[in-house]
Write a protein that binds this ligand. Structure first.
Ligand code: NAD
Ligand code: DAU
Length: 353
């Protein structure tokens, strides 16, 4: 089976690619990534020489390129993660999010539809377009309640509006053209290889370098955190056992107020850096709130655990400590991703392949 994974040089995609390459030596895994600021081949260097792994530099929004790639490789399945993913960037530049997340997804759907001729009954192989989405499409919760798979969409940021739109197109292609699709909507991920613009890696970096920790508003917003490798495991489970046409929520029932999470992170960092207790927390600085900041996300992942027997493997405190250890041990990765050095590495290593 040849599987196209888009966005495999990004945070979550790199963990999904690694899991599939190592766990399924019989599958050929094609990682298609445009290597934007968020894509780094350094995150998957450990698997780049494996026989079943192939990297393709390309843009999901380019119809001719994607059509040619499908024609050459005849992919059986797509796991689509490529996206613009940072809410703050979407507030500054919404158009970029429409291009990548909406047009890019529709382009991929179209190419897959044309390549597969959309008649699954004539097809002996399993075909699947698996779209990776976010809990942010459901909007913002008050103090009570959870997002379930049937919660009406109510996106509040340009990022979540672009993801919601792409989800709608995925369902429209299933309904109209019978394209075999699955969607999963996951809560906030954390762990190794996340670009240091997101809360946890940014704050680890700032604590280490004695820089202020910019907590938006009063730090009262709530996020539901899942270790990235548990998300990759869920994607593996859904890819192999999920039902065509279904949606699955992914989350670990692990809600944290931002300020409580930041204080826990400061405590862990004090220990790791041999600082006096309370030293890192002095860096906490309350700053102007994010525009339209969603108050609370909380995922109900009961369907995934009851129907497909998936469970998260890590408790948050353990996962956060592992994450801190990883960033402290991988300062080089951080300097690579922030300097763009890996783009240069790509040019040298891959340009002639
Ligand atoms: P990321 O920003 O770390 O990585 C995105 C990847 O997509 C990068 O490697 C980038 O180079 C690539 N990319 C961007 N535009 C492209 C294009 N036009 N063509 C080809 N490749 C392109 O993102 P992430 O945090 O790993 O998120 C991956 C997916 O999971 C996204 O769809 C996101 O919406 C979703 N998601 C993320 C989270 C989270 O907490 N990070 C939670 C739920 C869902
Ligand atoms: O819920 C899933 C989503 O989680 C994904 O779809 C997105 O791709 C991913 O970026 C993430 O979105 P958030 O906006 O929740 O993540 P972020 O790390 O940017 O922020 C987490 C919380 O921390 C949020 O309430 C904003 C706050 N924050 C963030 C930053 C970067 C701060 O207070 N200060 C900061 O500097």
């Amino acid at each position: 089976m040849k599987i196209l994974i888009t966005g495999g040089a990004g945070f979550i995609g790199s963990h999904v690619v690694r899991l599939f390459v190592n766990k399924y030596p019989d599958y050929q895994i094609f990682n298609l990534d445009n290597l934007t600021y968020a894509g780094n081949l350094g995150s998957i260097r450990d698997i780049e020489n494996q026989a079943n792994y192939h990297f393709v530099k390309g843009d999901i929004t380019d119809p001719d390129f994607m059509q040619d790639l499908f024609a050459v490789h005849q992919f059986s399945a797509v796991i689509h993660l490529a996206a613009e993913s940072h809410v703050d960037r979407s507030i500054l530049n919404p158009i970029e999010f429409v291009k990548t997340n909406v047009l890019g997804t529709v382009n991929l759907l179209n190419v897959a539809k044309n390549a597969w001729k959309t008649n699954p009954s004539e097809d002996t192989k399993r075909r699947l377009f698996y779209h990776i989405s976010t809990d942010e499409v459901y909007g913002s919760l008050g103090e009570e309640g959870f997002f379930v798979e049937t919660t009406p969409y109510d996106p509040q940021s340009p990022y979540s509006a672009s993801k919601a739109s792409s989800d709608h197109f995925v369902r429209a292609y299933h309904n109209t053209y019978k394209l075999p699709v699955i969607i999963s909507n996951c809560s906030n991920n954390y762990g190794p290889n996340q670009f240091p613009e997101k809360l946890i890696p940014l704050f680890i970096h700032n604590i280490q370098n004695n820089k202020p920790l910019p907590v938006y508003g009063k730090g009262e917003n709530v996020r539901d955190w899942l270790y990235v490798i548990d998300h990759a495991r869920a994607i593996d489970t859904i890819f192999h056992q999920g039902k065509i046409g279904e949606t699955y929520n992914i989350g670990g029932f692990n809600e944290w107020k931002n300020i409580d999470l930041v204080k826990l992170l400061c405590q862990i960092m004090d220990k790791k850096l041999n600082r006096a207790e309370g030293e890192s927390a002095k860096l906490i600085t309350y700053v102007t709130d994010r525009a339209g900041h969603d108050h609370r996300y909380a995922i109900d992942a009961t369907k995934l655990s009851t129907e497909l027997a998936w469970q998260p493997s890590l408790q948050f405190e353990e996962g956060l400590e592992k994450t801190v250890d990883w960033y402290l041990a991988n300062e080089k990765w951080l300097s690579y991703v922030t300097s763009g050095e890996y783009q240069k590495y790509y040019e040298l290593q891959y340009a002639n392949r």
